[in-house]
Ligand binder design. Sequence first.
Ligand code: HPA
Length: 296
Amino acid sequence: MSQVANTLSLYEKAGEAADSIRERISDLPDIAVVLGSGLGILVDQLTDRVIIPYSTIPHFPIPSVEGHAGRFVVGRIGQTGTSVIMLQGRFHHYEGLDLETVTFPIRVLRRLDLRSLILTAATGAIHPDLGPGSLICISDHLNLIGANPLRGRNDERFGPRFPDMSRVYSQRYRSIAAEVANELGIVLHNGVYACLPGPSYETPAEIRMLRTLGADVVGMSTVPEAIVARHCGIEVAAFALATNFAAGVTESTISHEEGVEEGRKAGPALGRIIKGIVDRLVDAEGAPHTKRPRST
Ligand code: HPA
């Protein structure tokens, strides 16, 4: 990286990364989807795929977790052939990265003029009704990571110093998701996501605490990305897949490998919901309903 690049602001770095993506795709995507652990197979539903490894994009960190390939996959989806950008591989605080780095891809999406984001994540089920394989539409979150991605100097070009978080997860998207799931005959729960830093899973006492605090599922991602997306005016939907019962909910212990496997099994159902949402967000003529300014 050049010395000049090091003096760039976050806004400029995200802009350079966005330019590098823009050069490689024919038209700008309307909707972005971040794929959680084991959910990478959702890229299989894209046609006319363009693959852009993170390693080829300026200022991008490289993910270190197995099951996270580290690339953008741009392609078309659903009946309307909407252009979608999928992030196969995300960054986590537990990798030793600060939250500004973890959420860099979201800033890049903003610099690509994206206004619509679907986040997905593997989670542990705190609520006893959400067994492994359950799909949950996230209604709200508890940020217990011990940090905030917006900490530090605020750049007004992204958003305000003190952004409102009363409605992080779009009611409009949640209603569409419920309708789509209902039509497809897929059970979609609602729930509150508690975000912890990890990487160790929680203890049973911690899970009892989280349940008392009102959490239904627990994970180590999603929340920093949702906060940054809302800060810069992106509308957000987030889906959790319960890959295991959280510690102490049942007698069983927790393994990452089993979670990845559970993601493989439930991935197609989540993929169908996402495809249905994309079709609803884009009308028959292909015009996005995503409030994106057509030029910036
Ligand atoms: N805890 C935290 N994160 C997780 C879990 C869990 O039980 N399962 C999948 N991600």
